[in-house]
Ligand binder design. Structure first.
Ligand SMILES: Nc1nc2c(ncn2[C@@H]2O[C@H](COP(=O)(O)O)[C@@H](O)[C@H]2O)c(=O)[nH]1
Ligand SMILES: [Mn+2]
Ligand SMILES: [Mn+2]
Length: 276
C-alpha cells in the first residue's frame, strides 16, 4: 500500500502509485475524488484497470483534440463506460470547439454543416443521455453530489473558460471578461472545476511562463471562495501535480490539483473528510 503524498488538515492526496490497487481504501466519513484532465480523445488510461475508483470522477476539460464531434464522442463514450464511480462530473476546455455554441471559430463552417454538427453535439451531450451513464456536464453551472454513504452533499461548480492563447473554445481576452466569468462561481462552492489554473499555482509552462488566470487567483485568495476545499484544473500539461494552498488567515485550506493526464499519465486521487 502507498502512503498519501500530501496530507492536509482534512485532506489526503495520492500522486505516486503504480497500480490503482496500491492506494488504500478511503476511510468512512471521507469522500474520494479521482481527478483527471486533458485526455484529448485518448482512452487507454484505464486499460488493465489502472484507474483508481472513487465516489466522484472529475474531468477538467480538453476532453477532445481539435473539438470535432466524433472525437468528443470518443471521450464521452469512454467516460460513460467507466464503472465504479458514484458520479462523473465533466467540463470542456479550449479544445472542445463544438461545445462552445457561440465560438466565432464556428463561423468558418457553412450554415448547413454548422447546424448539423451543433445538433449532433446537442444529442451527444443531452443531459438525459449522460445521466444514463452517470455523467454530468457543467458549463458555467453547479450541481450537487453525495458521497457513497450519502451523508455529505458537495456543491460543485464547473467552468470551461481559459485566458486566450491562440484560438479555441471558451476563451476570454480581457480583464473585464475574466472578471465577469469568474464572478459566476457561487461563494458556497466546495469543489471547483475549471479548465485554467489560477495564476502561479501549477501553471508554469516549460518556457517558464505562468499562464494561469490572474482574476481567478484573485477571486480564490480574496476569501470570497473560502468554502472551496478542492480546485481541479488542467490546461498547462507540463505543470501537472497537486499542492495544498492555505488561506491568508490560516483557518482554511484547499487542495489545488492540475490533473493533466497527457503529462502524468494517471489520475490524482484526493480524499476529503466530510464536514459542512
Ligand atoms: N504560454 C502559454 N502556453 C500555453 C497557454 N495555454 C496553453 N499553453 C501551452 O500549450 C500546451 C497545451 O495546451 P492545450 O490547451 O492546447 O492542450 C500547454 O501544456 C502549454 O504548454 C497559455 O495561455 N500560455
Ligand atoms: Mn490540453
Ligand atoms: Mn487546454
Amino acid at each position: 500500500m502507498v502512503q498519501p503524498d500530501i496530507c492536509g488538515q482534512n485532506a489526503r492526496v495520492y500522486l505516486e502509485y503504480d497500480r490503482a490497487a496500491d492506494i488504500p481504501a478511503k476511510e468512512d466519513g471521507w469522500t474520494r475524488f479521482v481527478c483527471l484532465s486533458d485526455t484529448h480523445s485518448t482512452t487507454h488510461w484505464d486499460d488493465g484497470g489502472r484507474m483508481p475508483r472513487g465516489d466522484v470522477l472529475l474531468h477538467a476539460g480538453d476532453l477532445s483534440s481539435y473539438g470535432t464531434v466524433w472525437r468528443l464522442k470518443k471521450t464521452i463514450d469512454w467516460l460513460g463506460s467507466l464503472e465504479g464511480y458514484g458520479a462523473k462530473i465533466i467540463i470542456a476546455g479550449n479544445h472542445d470547439l463544438w461545445l462552445d455554441k457561440s465560438s466565432e471559430e464556428l463561423i468558418v463552417f457553412d450554415e448547413v454543416e454548422r447546424t448539423t454538427m451543433l445538433h449532433a453535439c446537442q444529442m451527444l451531450m443531452a443531459k438525459s443521455r449522460l445521466k444514463q451513464v452517470g455523467s454530468t456536464y457543467l458549463e458555467f453551472e453547479e450541481t450537487t453530489i453525495r458521497d457513497t454513504s450519502r451523508l455529505k452533499e458537495w456543491k460543485i461548480f464547473g467552468s470551461p473558460a481559459s485566458p486566450r492563447h491562440s484560438s479555441g473554445a471558451f476563451q476570454y481576452g480581457t480583464k473585464e471578461e475574466a472578471k465577469e466569468i469568474n464572478s459566476r462561481i457561487p461563494t458556497h462552492t466546495e469543489i471547483l472545476l475549471t479548465h485554467t489554473p489560477p495564476y502561479r499555482t501549477l501553471d508554469k509552462t516549460r518556457k517558464g511562463k505562468y499562464a494561469g488566470c490572474k482574476n481567478l487567483e484573485k477571486r480564490l485568495t480574496s476569501g470570497e471562495l473560502q468554502h472551496c476545499r478542492l480546485h481541479v484544473f488542467g490546461h498547462i500539461h507540463e505543470a501537472a501535480g497537486a499542492v495544498i494552498v492555505k488561506a491568508v488567515d490560516g483557518r482554511s485550506e484547499r487542495v489545488a490539483v492540475n490533473a493533466a493526464m497527457m503529462h502524468r499519465g494517471k489520475p490524482v486521487v484526493v480524499d476529503l473528510e466530510n464536514f459542512n
